[in-house]
Design a protein around this ligand. Structure first.
Ligand SMILES: [Zn+2]
Length: 145
């Protein structure tokens, strides 16, 4: 590979990265909402108890620790009001997290959040493929097309 080709590929990769990260997040969020839905595709907001369909705008995949992505026990179905307008409704979210996973796991997630990780384009491509398969599996389980 020539230096010119290498630079061109590197630039393309840098330009593609934000789009790929957004794509991976969207797919992952859809999987979270589906995974936490019942056999009809309905979810319960973990912080207020509102029942909503897994897609259509009101149901979101809310983070407990905001900068920790792609960790299943850090994201759950939340209604738009709790996730967006109440900024995660974090007091209720903390009560839910400690009750469901225990204080030790919540502290572990905090450490993971602080470590951070920058995914490469190749990692994101692999993740997108895996999330598409996982979404398809969850949809099939519920008879959703
Ligand atoms: Zn809610």
């Amino acid at each position: 590979m020539t230096l010119k080709t290498y630079k061109k590929l590197r630039t393309k990769s840098l330009n593609d990265h934000p789009k790929m990260l957004a794509k991976a997040r969207n797919l992952y969020n859809e999987w979270v909402r589906l995974y936490h839905s019942n056999s009809d595709g309905y979810c319960k907001c973990v912080t207020c108890g509102k029942i909503m369909y897994y897609k259509g705008g009101d149901c979101q995949a809310g983070h407990f620790w905001h900068t920790l992505d792609f960790v299943s026990d850090n994201q759950h179905a939340q209604c738009k009001r709790c996730n967006t307008h109440l900024h995660g409704n974090l007091i209720e979210y903390a009560i839910f997290m400690i009750k469901k996973y225990g204080e030790q796991r919540v502290q572990e997630l905090k450490l993971m959040k602080n470590l951070g990780h920058k995914y490469s384009c190749e990692e994101l491509r692999i993740m997108c493929k895996a999330y598409r398969q996982a979404i398809s599996k969850q949809k099939k389980k519920r008879g959703i097309t």
